[in-house]
Design a binder for this molecule. Sequence first.
Ligand code: COA
Length: 164
Amino acid sequence: MLGIRRLTSDDAETYRAVRLEGLRLHPEAFGASYETEVEQPLDFFANRLTNSTVFGAFEADTLLGVAGHFAPTSLKERHKATLFGMYVRDTARGRGVGQMLVEAVVADAAAQFESILLTVATANDGARRLYERCGFETYGIEPRSLKVDGVYYDEALMYRRLDG
Ligand SMILES: CC(C)(COP(=O)(O)OP(=O)(O)OC[C@H]1O[C@@H](n2cnc3c(N)ncnc32)[C@H](O)[C@@H]1OP(=O)(O)O)[C@@H](O)C(=O)NCCC(=O)NCCS
């Protein structure tokens, strides 16, 4: 039975393992890098679970995937959330876990924000389809947004209104 719940600092260890797996296996899918986060103490991950909102998808006690949202610090941008850290473990894909996570993030963000933004590599067709299914639209492309081991990746900028 699949379930989604918000992660707390008590989940830091499991979250860290899944987060680092995603960064290591899919460097082109995230702005953050494995090399930087693997050096961080457990508190870094516990603080992220406190300072931003991260949901986990579980089957029994096994964490299958994660996604979250955070708010900008600038006063003039506090109506906008950003979806970040979307990752579903390889063995759990193609079962709707990604969609459940995006829907949980969107529903939670809708209670506090007017819109939600994200970035996704233009070549990541599966993730782009997932976001489109969840109501996100592409409003631009940033050429050469990420550079990983000398290779450039364009990113699609996506947006969804949350206020009706
Ligand atoms: C992108 C990602 C999060 C998708 O996660 P997921 O759990 O596989 O997502 P879903 O299961 O909701 O959707 C994936 C596909 O399975 C299909 N699907 C969902 N439930 C299904 C079911 N019960 N039976 C059959 N197919 C199903 C969906 O229709 C979708 O099909 P599509 O790819 O043809 O559009 C995952 O592949 C991932 O973590 N990739 C690596 C990291 C990454 O790219 N992150 C995004 C950064 S922006």
